[in-house]
Design a protein around this ligand. Sequence first.
Ligand code: ADP
Length: 489
Amino acid sequence: RHQSGRSYVFLRDKAYINGKWITSKSGNTFQVLNPANGEVLGTVPDCGAQETEEAIKAAHDSFQSWRFITAKERGAKLRALFELQIKHHRELAELLTAEAGKSLKEATGEINYGASFLEWYAEEARRIYGDVIPSSSKNKQLVVLKQPIGVAALITPWNFPNAMITRKMGAALAAGCTVVIKPASDTPYSALAIGALADEAGIPPGVINIIPSSIETTPIVGKTLCESPLVTALSFTGSTHVGKILHITCSCIVKKVSLELGGNAPFIVFNSANIDKAVAGAMSSKFRNSGQTCVCSNRFLVQEKVHDEFIHKLSESIKSQLVVGDGFQPETNIGPLINAKAVEKVSKHVEDAVLKGGNILVGGKQHDAGENFFQPTLITEVQPDMLVYKEEIFGPVVAILKFKTEEEAIALANSTRVGLAGYFYSEDISQIWRVAQQLEVGLVGVNEGLISAPEAPFGGVKESGLGREGSHYGIDDYIEIKYVCFGGL
Ligand code: ADP
């Protein structure tokens, strides 16, 4: 039991390697805190190079058998995992709220969303088809096999401590790969809980390995995963900065790399938009997880004629709908930011905007609910030289810039080196087609603020990443294509 009086059924305070719960060789551990109140939830082993090597070996050994069981059997194991995650959704959501801060309602949403990838890939496992290609010579047959790539390293962030793992792991396991998971240092418990579920689902030892590491030890774990020839794929979700380091490190052995990196999502409201719909979309795309998702709208571009109405209605919604507080309180829909560093960054962004002429209409400061809380904030008169415009805010801050023409909006939206999500509101069908086609992003929401789904491909263009997750395309990152030529026929 914790000082809050809560106990967490799925809290596991060991690493999970080869089906066993282990401590680190060094005996080093690190603490996991509840971001809402600073409470120490517990400690976990600080895994280093040695534990990483052990996990890689376990995954590599188990790959030799996991790859050869039938796709139907792998699907059945994933299905069992899906059912357990749904069965225990409440306990898993509580653990998630405790370590990540998001409201219990959102945490429950994430557990269900995370489970949906296990369900989807349980089904997809049996549909990883190869090809037979019509040959131009009579005495040859050309056949394409899809084979699992091998051991996949999965490095995941704290903002979706369950779903970012299941989205990668579901595809990897369905394809016949085995995995080594390195969860974010802030949120290892939701990852380790997956190990507990895997035990119960009868997933063979070594197929899933989970090695938490502290912020200090993480770089050596990352390096070991990238440089090991036994790890044939690396899938990372996190910052563009770290993604680039991993990409470079993997290049030394030409490892297949999938990257889901940061975005700077434009949210464009055209004169033709239905403003009430746009306001509702803005609320959901901006404030989910307190603004801490890589697809959160970051730059609001609003056309002249509807600018004032949009701002007025959005401010009213922010003031009337958002309740900041501890995620366990039932009325809360905005929890804390993940840690003090995150609050510092958001504060810096807001101060910079004010210095450069931004106008704060709502919020603008830390919230008195606690050290890691920030007020939902709305800034107008934003300019392209401000940090809120140039960088990912990762907090509950709406930054609004006024524009005149469609061409100008598209040029502004595309004037960045990243391209993950983009949203726009318009009721003009020709404009909808033009803009959807021209936005330099991997995901477009047209009159919709929540676009993620297990059936749909998720991923970015430019410096937002490589590869796609979810959907049938998500399998490709874990597959090698082998061409077999049958000659002399
Ligand atoms: P964020 O800003 O979301 O914390 P990071 O990119 O720092 O983004 O973190 C995403 C994941 O990458 C986490 O699991 C984190 O521990 C891990 N990570 C951070 N630095 C490194 C590194 N040098 N090598 C490998 N993984 C890293």
